[in-house]
Design a protein around this ligand. Structure first.
Ligand SMILES: NC(=O)C1=CN([C@@H]2O[C@H](COP(=O)(O)OP(=O)(O)OC[C@H]3O[C@@H](n4cnc5c(N)ncnc54)[C@H](OP(=O)(O)O)[C@@H]3O)[C@@H](O)[C@H]2O)C=CC1
Ligand SMILES: C[C@H](O)[C@@H]1OC(=O)[C@H](O)[C@@H]1O
Length: 254
């Protein structure tokens, strides 16, 4: 069943990993797609080619989400090509693992700016476009299990993921009157470039795997179904909600 026929979906950080999988997955469900990315031109172009091969429209627009100008630019260019914004997926994020006591100021500030400030500007720009269109929409934030639990080398990162979820709760209230639904996804540990160095440590990887009741780490495609659901009219009465997509990791105390 095609759940997103006739919709346009915008995804930030879609040249690789979860964002790329979600963009292509939404296209499989009938959506036209605009992708934001920062540096990986080849990754973005190949995602566009995969989406076009599915018979859908796609455009890749380069820009650093930490720059407030990028948000308006992304929405304007996406609308110029695709006509409107029905669904906005705030996915772009970084997690440069580092210890707390000697966290470099630049690492802390960059992580905040990309993951949280960037999300604020992007969600605001997407919401303004949806309000202008006048017929609602769906905003989805790729938060994390890290909104709920900490990480020794993620003291700069976990607050951005809790902040992102909090942002979705507040904008769900601010935008409800416009028929715009706002929800968060909480992925667990999904194998992508963001954690490839961290999980190159066999002992750590095996420990993480053992914590997951479903018996494996996640893959980017695991986020497609939950995203499509929240984007689609099946979720027409779902807003301000969050959904763990973690193979059961969070509930596994012992
Ligand atoms: N993997 C995991 O275990 C989990 C991931 N998440 C979240 O999911 C999201 C995606 O992560 P994941 O797919 O794993 O990471 P990847 O590193 O695989 O992909 C990150 C994507 O974000 C883009 N990106 C990075 N910085 C910027 C920027 N400043 N402006 C625009 N785009 C940017 C990258 O583009 P480019 O390469 O072109 O710069 C790339 O397309 C993140 O928000 C992450 O926090 C949440 C929970 C778990
Ligand atoms: C980068 C981490 O491996 C990943 O990102 C998160 O949000 C979770 O902490 C995951 O483990």
């Amino acid at each position: 069943m095609m759940l997103l026929e006739g919709k346009t979906v915008l995804v930030t950080g879609a040249s690789a990993g979860i964002g790329r999988a979600v963009a292509i997955g939404c296209a499989r469900h009938g959506a036209d797609i605009a992708l934001n990315f920062a540096r990986d031109v080849a990754g973005a172009e190949s995602a566009v080619a995969e989406i076009e091969a599915l018979g859908r429209k796609a455009v890749a627009i380069q820009g650093d989400v930490a720059d407030p100008e990028t948000a308006r630019d992304f929405i304007d260019k996406a609308v110029a090509v695709l006509g409107r914004v029905d669904v906005f997926v705030n996915n772009a994020g970084i997690c440069p693992f580092h210890a707390f006591l000697d966290m470099p100021v630049e690492t802390f500030e960059r992580t905040m700016r990309v993951n949280l400030h960037g999300a604020y500007y992007m969600v605001q720009a997407a919401a303004n476009q949806m309000v202008k269109q006048g017929d609602g929409g769906s905003i989805i934030a790729m938060s994390s299990i890290s909104a709920l639990v900490g990480g020794e080398y993620q003291t700069h990162y976990t607050p951005t993921k809790a902040g992102l979820h909090s942002l979705m709760q507040s904008v769900a209230i601010a935008l409800g009157k416009h028929g715009i639904r706002c929800n968060s996804l909480f992925p667990g540990t999904i194998l992508t470039d963001i954690n490839k160095d961290d999980l190159a440590d066999e002992a750590k990887r095996s420990y993480m795997e053992k914590r997951i009741p479903l018996g494996r780490l996640g893959k980017p495609d695991d986020l497609v179904g939950p995203t499509v659901f929240l984007a689609s009219d099946l979720a027409q009465y779902v807003t301000g909600a969050s959904l763990l997509v973690d193979g059961g990791m969070y509930v596994n105390l012992q």
